[in-house]
Ligand binder design. Structure first.
Ligand code: PLP
Length: 376
């Protein structure tokens, strides 16, 4: 008999989600607005603190799209984006007819390298076009070098979109991820740290930005009894049903972050003595990752590869996956400018994401350990 599949990251309900969804049914709030939407936004605002204003939207991708619209990105503009990320960070640039300019990672956080970022900005300006926006990503929950990246953005007066889709519950210098961008992005897709089955949120520092996001996300309807439009709108609001799931998930967010961090420690313990494999960890006390996904890296001159580990896990019906393939290596983006060296390319070649869900049982962990111990 084959054991049931162990997934990288699967939804983990806390228990009260159904109650909020049922409330929506009982009161007939089956719409992209309602009490759950408002309560979910309020709980996110309280969680993030720092005078955050949250507009809940239909997905993280829609949120990045809307953030770029709000920052005035238009046809022909250039937008800088971390190369090593999920394609959803970069696709909305293209939706707007703008050009992505990709920047390599640094080794410590695997996120955008501030030195290459500055080189890219200088070179694009020298070539005649100042980038309109910078998109930084906290990969796998690890905060990017917030101080350094923010300093470069401020120096050239370019707004920062913080893609915190993977990093709700992570902290940098005791401040939560999702509060560092001019506009910040959260995702509640099924595989993320908490889920609404599908959803996202735009975080800003001013109520007028939240209002504008909601205005644009509800078809940009001007105040009038009839339908009056002076701008292009979108249908990007989160449904009251999904927001009910989100309300329940917020009640267990901290607990689930704790369990993900325990998973990370579980892998750290397995590979503690290993000279061949390292587990991706915070570079210093300033960083606190939610460890949305735990990842390993094969050190150089090794007899086995990360693909060998992936295949060995697969034989036992355990899912694992290579790291994000950098955007500058993707066929669809082969003509986009890229600044950097080979860091993200090497990470892609030697890294692996491991099962990291907050709902893994002791016997599932034992199955994982049985495979991994052969690679220590
Ligand atoms: C998941 C993810 C997104 C997109 O969010 P969706 O809600 O799936 O649209 C964007 N960026 C990163 C880094 C992600 O991991």
């Amino acid at each position: 008999m084959i054991d049931s599949r162990i997934y990288l990251s699967s939804p983990h309900m806390g228990g009260t989600e159904e109650k909020y969804v049922k409330e929506a049914f009982d009161t007939n709030w089956i719409a992209p607005l309602g009490p759950n939407v408002e309560a979910f936004e309020k709980s996110l605002e309280e969680y993030l603190g720092n005078k955050s204003f949250v507009a809940s939207l239909s997905s993280g991708t829609a949120t990045i799209h809307l953030a770029l619209v709000m920052l005035g990105v238009e046809q022909g503009d250039e937008v800088i984006c971390q190369s090593m990320t999920f394609s959803a960070s970069a696709n909305p640039i293209v939706y707007l007819g703008a050009t992505p300019v990709f920047v390599d990672s640094e080794k410590e956080t695997w996120n955008m390298c501030p030195i290459h970022l500055e080189t890219a900005i200088k070179d694009r300006i020298a070539k005649g076009k100042k980038p309109k926006v910078v998109i930084g990503v906290h990969l796998y929950g690890m905060p990017f070098k917030v101080d350094e990246i923010t300093e470069v953005c401020n120096k050239y007066d370019i707004p920062l979109v913080e893609d915190s889709a993977e990093a709700l519950g992570s902290y940098y210098r005791n401040k939560p991820c999702g509060t560092f961008g001019d506009l910040s992005v959260l995702s509640f897709n099924g595989n993320k740290i908490i889920t609404t089955s599908g959803g996202g949120a735009l975080v800003s520092k001013e109520s007028k930005h939240k209002e504008r996001a909601i205005f644009l996300a509800t078809q940009a309807r001007e105040k009038a009894p009839h339908y009056e439009h002076s701008q292009i709108g979108y249908n990007y609001r989160l449904s009251n049903i999904c927001a009910g799931i989100g309300r329940g998930q917020m009640e267990v967010l901290d607990k689930h972050v704790g369990l993900r961090r325990d998973m990370h420690q579980f892998y750290k313990d397995i590979f503690a003595e290993s000279e061949k494999v390292s587990v991706f960890s915070e570079p210093s006390e300033a960083y606190r990752s939610n460890h949305w996904l735990s990842c390993l890296q094969i050190k150089s001159n090794n007899k086995f590869t990360s693909e060998d580990i992936r295949l060995a896990l697969e034989v036992q019906n355990i899912e694992s996956r290579p790291l994000w393939k950098p955007m500058h290596l993707q066929p669809i983006f082969r003509n986009s400018p890229f600044y950097g060296g080979s860091i993200s390319e090497e990470l892609f070649k030697n890294g692996l994401c491991l099962p990291s869900g907050s709902n893994l049982t002791d016997s599932e962990k034992q199955r994982i350990k049985e495979v991994l111990k052969h690679f220590v």
